[in-house]
Design a binder for this molecule. Sequence first.
Ligand code: SF4
Length: 651
Amino acid sequence: MAVLAIAPAEELPDISSELENTNRAPQRVIKHKGLIMISPQHPLSPADLTWRCYSCDLSQLSFSHQDVPCANIDDVLGGIGRGFRILEDHPIDDAYDPNAALLMNLGVLSGTMFMTGLRTYFHAYSPLKRSKAGLPSAMWTAGSGKFGTKLRFLGVEEVLFTGRAPHPVALHITRTGDEPATFNFIDARDLVGKRVNDKIQTLYQRFPEAHFAVLGPAGENYEKVRFASIALSTENQLKSGDPKPRFCGRGGIGGVMGSKNLLAIIADIKDRKAASGESFKKLNMEVARGDGSRRFRDKDTNNLGGTWANYVSFNSKHAMPEMNFTPTGTDVSVPLYRENVQKTGDFVIKDESCFRCGIKCHKNVYDVNEDGKAGQFRAKLDFEPLNLLASNLGLFDADRACTLVELVDEMGMDSISCGVTLGYAMEYNRRHQNDEKQLAGGLSYGDFEATRDAILAMGTGQLGELSQGTLRLSEQTGETDYAMQGKGLEYPAYLPQTNPGYPWALAGGHMSMRTFFILLNEQETDLDYWVDAITSPKKGLSIIRDDLLGTCKFSTMSSADMASAITEITGVEITEATLEQAVMRAFLRGYRLEKRQGFTQDDYVLPAQSHEEHPQIDLPYFNTQEFFSQLQERVTERFDSLLQEHGLTVS
Ligand code: SF4
């Protein structure tokens, strides 16, 4: 069996003589600018490759590993395609069941020299996402940083966690030479109660070569908090000491990790040379300088790059969430435009990156010092957290927004779920201001101090009515029409009024269904167009491609370029069409897993308020109940027939 050729370069064996004596495709080992690569003269097949899977039983504090032959191209790619396949074998009724599976894995380009190849994935049955039948649903969450790169250097592509440790532990992974990695379980009781950055910096003092995946207080209080995240350390964070991790935020998968009493994972190894391909230099130039990532880069946008720019795009059409996804139709959010925050002179905004990434999408905000330079770090502002923890809560001040965004991150909560649930509670209280019914002590729009206190209480499990998430809270109040969630997952900062594709997103609206920009950019309202947009691997589903590969969506590379990068790194011939088929299969596996957990057509809906006309939104009104009913029927028919075509029956 040949070795999967994405190990760190110094581990790649010279197998040319071995191959001369076999029927397998001949390969040659070549050197390029100091890097060693395997370059196949003829393509390999998936069956020529293996991946290394570690199993970790936390109840016994034991581990083992096996090298698993790749059965097909999905196994070669890794990421969510392989993740869903493994979750199929571990169905459960309770996300926090000790027997529940928590799978951590990489994509094929994670930890290679491909720019943005930094993704780590966690897969589990979510404590937040669920069917109307009441069963938890499979999903994934992804994050960048440098943790995934360290896993690759350790030769750890996949870990399946089961069981529950007898007390809080941290998993310390090390490796000697080219031996398989060793897992040690460290007593982590001293980490309990620490916030995210404190945990990471404490561990960094002890393990200076390592990178880290950690929980905040929310993950420790998983029984009360359904939207705990997992934080992944960045180089910048370790060097500066500032709280600048990346987050695997969606779906409450941090709570699943917490339910296993696993507080941290320490990937401890010195950097090695990462695997590369002959064309990576050219491809990386395109990632860093090309049109695809232009809007995220400061250099090419007059210092206005990043997702923060969505404030201008959406708010200029009054199509941006304010007051629980009900745009005011006013200019009240304009002070939060990046340009206007810069003009205050109160902040320095820097573009920074996870590790070795030329896009530098992080827009890190600092207080300004007397000398005009960056002082204390305040927050990393992206569109979704900023919108959902500021405008959507009736707060329009950058200083306060920074405080809330940073606090949610530090508590280890998903900012989308947290912000939307707060918005729901505020709207409920507004509607009930004249009766006795109030949530969270009467929390109201624009009340910064009360919001900050509520976030602190949510993160430590002391405000359980809110930290159960919007779906469960709205079921408790009996008012679901304005609960901005689908299948239990809170919507990101894009209006459901303008996006009837939300119900089919597998893992959060904007990360797994690319239909949230369509109305703004194309103003399409035709039923046939929307059926195609939701079901096509070239449109709505295209966004999950990078979650097969280990790359960041912000690189926005063509599938042809990605296919050639994978071919170079694995030796397996991949085409654009192969990738599209893999995208479709991954989606269908996730969709089938939903059905196996009791999802029916009734689960694929939008909250009733989404279908009402909002005249202040300066975009066409088309998402009526009648339009959506027809769309739902057509999309269901299409996906169900694709399940048959791909041999993925639901039984
Ligand atoms: S684009 Fe942003 S999130 Fe992605 S790798 Fe680069 S810096 Fe990290």
